[in-house]
Design a protein around this ligand. Structure first.
Ligand SMILES: O=C(O)CCC(=O)C(=O)O
Ligand SMILES: [Fe+2]
Length: 349
């Protein structure tokens, strides 16, 4: 299984105060095509990703009405009776309904405080929708088949609209990552043709858990960039390089962005995948709708040329994204660990 990335802290030198500030990047001028805006944002993104691993984006171009409708659909889905939700229960495809406390194994090295209780949240996972005759789907590849809820008219259309808008945002942000790393602006584009864009439409019921039992236990995300439209309720906390948990303030209308383990691998540990968690014991129900903007399944995630290690060592070994994500999921979910074991024994049979 793929080993989790570790952060090369020797490359980071920042005063403590700065380690706890989540910057805001305004994409307005950039999306309007203003000269110089991309370079300026690239520098801001570099600072954010080296220092704290999280940043808000303002004027991101995704209509608020669409985000509001996606939140409304998410609460409509979770308001259904449990047997309706479990009729599309999550399986080795990693799409469908993940019930409360279904993260059965814990997040390997990313667990920063040794607490191992399964998440007090439920979620509907969906990926890019592909036609029934897609060759990879017909070949039985994992992570390809969506499970759509029935009896919720309009749900599927809204999810489709949301995925298109959010994927476009992710694609438009790729040049900023490239410029942040002194690479040609189009460097990352080929890795994201048919990007993997899993969405987690999550519900954290009020009054569950507490200081030692979380809505989402401490973890790092697996992919490249996580796009998290702001929930109405607070509750997300991030573990900074000053070794403290700080709340991520709710900034209505903005989208919170954070780096995942694939970004760490691309940058040989220079950009952070910062551990985060959702606290337990929330005063009100909380919904969240992250889209994980990740490479295509066949893309090979390998350190970029500008992130060679100073000591000449190679750093992270190249790995196909799909192999990486399968290993990550097997470390979090028992059903994925079983699927991985089945695939291994089939290969050796
Ligand atoms: O609900 C949130 O605010 C964050 C959830 C999260 O960290 C995740 O789904 O990876
Ligand atoms: Fe996360």
């Amino acid at each position: 299984m793929a080993s989790e990335p570790t952060i090369d802290t020797a490359q980071h030198h920042w005063p403590r105060a700065g380690l706890e500030e989540i910057p805001v990047l305004d994409l307005g001028d950039y999306l309007a095509g203003k000269a110089g805006a991309a370079e300026q944002l690239g520098a801001g993104l570099r600072d954010a990703q080296e220092r704290i691993g999280f940043f808000y984006i303002h004027n991101h171009g995704v209509p608020q009405d669409l985000i509001d409708r996606m939140f409304a659909e998410t609460s409509r889905f979770h308001a259904q009776p449990l047997d309706r939700k479990t009729s599309i229960k999550i399986d080795e495809q990693q799409t469908g309904y993940a019930p409360m406390q279904s993260s059965e194994i814990k997040y390997g090295d990313a667990v920063v405080d040794g607490r191992h209780k399964p998440d007090l949240s439920e979620a509907l996972w969906l990926r890019r929708d592909i036609p029934d005759d897609d060759p990879e789907l017909l070949a039985g590849r994992r992570f390809r088949r969506n499970k759509w809820p029935e009896g919720l008219p309009g749900f599927r259309d809204t999810v489709g609209e949301y995925m298109v808008a959010m994927e476009q945002l992710g694609r438009r942000m790729l040049p900023l990552y490239a410029l942040a790393l002194d690479l040609p602006a189009d460097y990352f584009a080929p890795f994201f043709v048919r990007a993997d864009i899993p969405c987690r439409f999550g519900h954290y019921p009020a009054h569950l858990g507490g200081p030692d039992h979380f809505g989402a236990a401490p973890h790092t995300d697996a992919g490249f960039m996580t796009l998290l439209p702001q929930a109405k309720e607070a509750g997300l906390e991030i573990f900074t390089r000053s070794k403290r948990w700080i709340p991520a303030p709710v900034r209505p209308g903005d989208i919170l962005v954070n780096g995942g383990n694939c970004l760490v691998r691309f940058t040989n540990g220079r950009f952070l995948a910062t551990p985060h968690r959702v606290v337990g014991g929330l005063p009100r129900d909380r919904y969240s709708i992250p889209l994980f903007y990740n490479p295509a399944f066949d893309a090979v995630v390998a350190p970029v040329p500008t992130c060679a290690r100073a000591d000449g060592s190679a750093g992270f070994a190249p790995i196909r994204y799909e192999d990486y994500i399968a290993g990550y999921l097997a470390s979090v979910y028992a059903h994925q660990a079983r699927a991985a074991a089945r695939e291994q024994s089939a290969q050796h049979a």
